[in-house]
Design a protein around this ligand. Sequence first.
Ligand code: NAD
Length: 276
Amino acid sequence: MTTIPTLTLNDGHTIPQLGFGVFKVDPAETERIVSDALEAGYRHIDTAALYGNEEGVGRALAASGIPRDELFITTKLWNDRQAGEAPLAAIDESLGKLGLDHVDLYLVHWPAPANGNYVNAWEKMVQIRDAGKATSIGVSNHLPAHLEEIITATGVTPAVDQIELHPAYQQRDVTGFAAEHGILIEAWGPLGQGKYPLFDEQPVASAAAAHGKTPAQVVLRWHLQQGFIVFPKSTSAARIRENLDVFDFELTADEQAAITALERGGRVSVHPDEVN
Ligand code: NAD
């Protein structure tokens, strides 16, 4: 079975660098698809309260018989639960659905700045971690100004920031801030969500031909070789296996640079200020 490398978070815990994401996986199919991923060798699953499929993830985990300490499970706090004490109830609901007594990583899903609650949400995340309900805590879709504010307010630096990141949209302002503060980057939409013809780009296609790998595998390598954490999503068993089969080759520095040069400010999703 594939050995997936781990990275060490700023709190000393480790995270498998490659996992499986379940955004837009139909709740009715989640148990089967996550079971396929666990069978293929994934041990890191990225879900969220918003996705509505935590129960299916939980059923797959329970059915797998895989020891809890070999699994790395992330879920996320949705925007309408950031105020007051709501995050404390939200984590209990997520844990109930997942059938777990703790998650490995709990994230504030978006800063949702129009609501003005993201500092409170982060304070509650610290409480959730201290209560043992999340081993590590982090954020998602936070820009440097949001990160500065929550770190200043609490003295606690998020372990990760999970942001949209793929060759056309690399968010160097966020990755630069994260590197300076010891925050690991989780790249969501690592394959551009299939929304632009990334796989046809010449540097991707030619590296794929040179290494006898697929364009998707080349793009995942591009992320991994920069130290980003990825959890590509697919509902096809063949692609689920393909996306894990990325540890037997290495892109050259030139190949890596040519893919990096595909940056074009091309966000495929919405700006964090617009999600509230
Ligand atoms: P992705 O970049 O992983 O793209 C998924 C799409 O790529 C799928 O629809 C599939 O058709 C295609 N694909 C997957 N493997 C392929 C392969 N080997 N060859 C060809 N096509 C392939 O996008 P995503 O699912 O949005 O992102 C991954 C994960 O990131 C999500 O499942 C979720 O866990 C997380 N995410 C988080 C946020 C957030 O706001 N925090 C937002 C979106 C996604």
